[in-house]
Design a protein around this ligand. Structure first.
Ligand code: PBG
Length: 324
């Protein structure tokens, strides 16, 4: 037990910036951050996303230029989302060898081979109904969808992806992808599982950003935001299926899940500061209610303090460029 006041004075170690720096417990660096980007085929000019000020859909032909710029700014890793003009019922463009996923991965790797290129492996941007898999009898069919996810992951790995990140929240998707990657000669391609992903209202701006056709919701596959124990089960299950990294998504409203999961796994743990979290900060700062730079660093620090090793954030590039 520490001796009580006045012998103990916690303010002693807060007296100068240098002192505060010495006792700072949490640090965020460029290596912790993953920048998500949106790439649209068939457009000529960047398309600003009104719901996410500062974020645009990048025309596919400008991808090399943009990726080179991100690498020059010090970004180390990218998460790729495609906006497809070739949607169908199953999202087949996503596993097509010359489809958008394959082309984005090839383009990004060619532009900046040193970057860690991670495609989001899902179907919601590639299906004409907007669900993350195949529909059968008004229901997203789990076992057909995981076969398709496996095909998409192999296509992405063939195209040069450094890692794949399945986000469809189908049961067995990690095992199916691990098995398919191994069979296809990619035993060394890691899987970053979106292992605990909630059916969250915080994805609102993303659905516009990604041109998602969804009319209903994803509550039969993404998790109920009210469930903490189940959140741990989801991630622990993905670890058992062979995931190399786990993820909690969204971030700020789920720090408890992140902290509890940190106690239960030795795998690297990622967190996704999603589109709605980004939008809240941007719009509140634009209204003069908060200081964007300050609270962005505060939220990123909070994710690390809660146990995240990696943070997916639309602020990644800005923070890396401006300094921490
Ligand atoms: C694909 C996917 C989504 C997000 C990442 N991958 C959308 C969703 O699940 O509806 C959301 C990311 C964000 O909101 O920033 N399934």
């Amino acid at each position: 037990m520490a001796p009580p006041f006045p012998i103990t004075r916690l303010r002693r170690l807060r007296r100068s910036e240098a002192l505060r720096g010495m006792v700072r417990e949490t640090m965020v660096t460029a290596h912790d951050l993953i920048q998500p980007i949106f790439i649209e085929e068939g457009i000529d000019d960047p398309l600003p996303i009104a719901e996410m000020p500062g974020v645009s859909r990048i025309p596919e032909r400008k991808l090399p230029h943009v990726v080179e710029g991100l690498a020059r700014d010090g970004v180390k890793a990218l998460m790729l989302f495609g906006i497809s003009h070739h949607k169908d019922a199953s999202g087949s463009d996503a596993w097509n060898r010359d489809g958008l996923v394959a082309r984005m991965v090839r383009g990004a790797k060619r532009a900046a081979p040193e970057l860690v290129v991670i495609p989001d492996v899902c179907f919601c941007e590639y299906t004409d109904h907007g669900h993350c898999g195949v529909i059968e009898h008004d229901h997203v069919a789990n076992d057909i969808t995981i076969d398709n996810l496996a095909r998409q992951a192999v296509t992405a790995a063939d195209a040069g992806a450094d890692m794949v990140a399945p986000s469809a929240m189908m049961d067995g998707q990690v095992a199916a992808i691990r098995n398919a990657l191994d069979q296809a000669g990619h035993p060394d391609t890691p899987i970053m599982a979106y292992s605990t992903k909630f059916a969250s209202g915080f994805y609102g701006p993303f659905r516009v950003a990604a041109g998602c056709e969804l009319k209903g919701d994803r509550k039969t596959y993404q998790m109920d935001p009210m469930n903490g124990r189940e959140a741990l089960r989801e991630s622990i299950q993905d670890e058992a299926e062979g995931a190399d990294m786990l993820m909690v998504k969204p971030g700020l409203a789920y720090l408890d899940v992140l902290a509890r999961l940190r106690e239960r796994t030795l795998l690297p743990l990622a967190v996704y500061q999603v589109s709605g979290e980004y939008a809240m900060i941007k719009f509140a700062a634009a209204a003069g209610a908060v200081n964007e730079q300050v609270i962005v660093r505060e939220t990123l620090g909070a994710f690390k303090r809660a146990g995240a090793d990696l943070i997916l954030s639309y602020f990644a590039r800005d923070v890396i460029r401006e300094g921490f």
